[in-house]
Structures are given as C-alpha cells and as structure tokens.
Design a protein around this ligand. Structure first.
Ligand SMILES: N[C@@H](CCC[C@H](N)C(=O)O)C(=O)O
Length: 280
C-alpha cells in the first residue's frame, strides 16, 4: 500500500503516532503498531491513535470520529486521556471538526472535548473523562518494596500508590509487580507524592508500554485516589508528571482533564516497510 499519512504528536510528552484512516482501510495489526512505536526501528511512540469514522468502526457514538487507541506493544486499550487531547487538536486543525466543543468516540465511551487557548495563549484541551470509580485496594511491589494502592477505574484500570518517598527516586525501568488475579488484563501503576491539598506529583508505569512521561487517565485516577484517601469524592488538583502539568477535576459521576497537545512532525510511511510488516 502506498501513501500512508502519519503525524507525530504528544500530550505532556506522552507521545503518539497518529494515523488518519477515515474508512478503516488500514490493516493495523499489533505487529505494525509495535513497529511504528519502536524507538530504534520505527518512528517511536508510546502508542498509536488511528483516526477513524465512528461509523466505519461500527461504534455507537454521538461523535463523528473514533479514537482507535493502541499501546506501544500492539495491545488495545479502552482509553487514553493524553491521546484524546492530541486527537482533538488534530480534528480541529485538519478541518474535520469546527470546534471548540465536540465529542470523540472511544472504547470507554464518548468523551466530550473543548479545544481552547490557555492563559498564556497556548492551545489546551479539556476532556470530559466520565465517571471515576474507586474499586478497592491492593498492593504494588516496586524496587523490592511493597506499597499499598487504591484501585481506580477510569474506563481503563489503575492502581494508585500514594507514597512518602520522593517518586523521582523510584526505579521504574522494570515493571512493578501487582496482583494478577485482581487485574487479569493488566493495570497501569501510578506512584504519587502529595505536594499540598490540591497538588500532586506522579510517575507511572503503563500497561502495554512501560514508564511514560505522562498518563492522562492515570492523573485522573491519582486525583480520585488522593481525594478518596482523605475522605472526599470531589475536588480539583494539579498533577505534575515528568512531561509537564495537567489539571484534573473530579465531580460526582464526572471528571475532567485539561492540558496541552502538540504536533512535531508529519509525513508519509515508507510503503515497502509497511508492506513488509504484513508478511507472516
Ligand atoms: N497514556 C494513556 C493511557 C494509555 C492506555 C494504557 N496504557 C492502558 O493500557 O490502559 C493516557 O494518557 O491515559
């Protein structure tokens, strides 16, 4: 196949290859996703965002466009908060949505977005992330140490550990361990420091990726967990991640994530390379 367009973008340095594919014509296998995300042999990214019409996906969505999100290892995940912001910016800049407010379909359900300029004039996107549910408690083992965590569902699974040690000292080069019976499909693991009543610092080890510099659903889970641990179920907080800062609100049955979205490159995939990945 020739002429496959791609863009490279990121939301707080959680980076993505975006593939415009309105009619779902691409054969996007796990092998091709992993090859695109490979930082030595591919373009390099934490995940792939395929831009497909909801109708072409057979998705029951109020949004015309569906974010078909894949993790760097080729696995499919329900949601990606930073990805939705990048996806929303693409739709507006490509003239596929007039903005500023519209709905994007995802496997976790519809996500209304608002694309706006922030106080400094930079583009920022607010995503309505839907309900956040604390589902229980569990433990993670990181660097040989067991830490307790709060299990949170943001459409995808998270285990948030609020710890006293500075999260920047953690070794996340190897995957922390978790209870595979509680999370048979895997889990995203967040480690959080409380910086103040409305300010968190977080690092994350993502299911299907490894350590990333930001995780949007993870920041929402982190705020919900921090609120839960102090006996609250609503509030607003900044979350500092290695890739920047986002703002999260958690309400009753609702939540929002606000942060930047950027593009750094666009081009065409090499057709021979793409075709070679189709061979068994
Ligand atoms: N980086 C994402 C989350 C991507 C999916 C996650 N790795 C999973 O498997 O659930 C975000 O910004 O939310």
């Amino acid at each position: 196949m020739a002429g496959i367009e791609f863009l490279k973008g990121h939301g707080t340095q959680n980076d993505f290859v975006l593939l415009p594919d309105p009619d779902a014509a691409l054969e996007l296998t796990g092998k091709r996703v992993a090859a695109l995300c490979d930082r030595q042999q591919g373009i390099g990214a934490d995940g792939v965002l395929r831009v497909v019409r909801s109708s072409a996906m057979g998705a029951d969505s109020k949004g015309e466009w569906f974010m078909d999100y894949r993790n760097a290892d080729g696995s499919i995940a329900e949601m990606c908060g930073n990805g939705v912001r990048v996806f929303a910016r693409y739709l507006v800049e490509a003239g596929l949505e007039a903005g500023p407010e519209f709905v994007i379909g995802t496997r976790a359900g519809d996500r209304p977005v608002r694309v706006q300029a922030d106080a400094s004039g930079e583009l920022s996107v607010t995503v309505h992330m839907g309900p956040v549910t604390v589902t229980g408690t569990s433990v993670a083992v990181v660097g040989g140490r067991q830490v307790s965590g709060v299990a949170v569902d943001v459409g995808n699974p998270h285990l948030v550990s609020v710890i006293d040690d500075d999260v920047s000292t953690l070794d996340l080069s190897r995957a922390p361990r978790y209870d595979t019976e509680l999370f048979p499909e895997g889990v995203n693991l967040e480690f959080v420091n409380l910086l103040g009543p409305d300010a968190l610092r977080m690092r994350v080890h993502e299911r299907g990726v490894g350590e990333t510099r930001a995780c949007g659903t993870g920041t929402v889970a982190a705020v919900a967990a921090a609120l839960h641990l102090r006996g609250d179920d609503t509030g607003e907080s900044t979350v500092d991640i290695p890739g920047g800062r986002v703002v999260v609100t958690v309400g009753k049955g609702t939540s929002t994530l606000t942060g930047p979205a950027a593009f750094v490159a666009r081009g065409e995939l090499d057709a021979a390379w793409w075709d070679s990945l189709g061979e068994r």
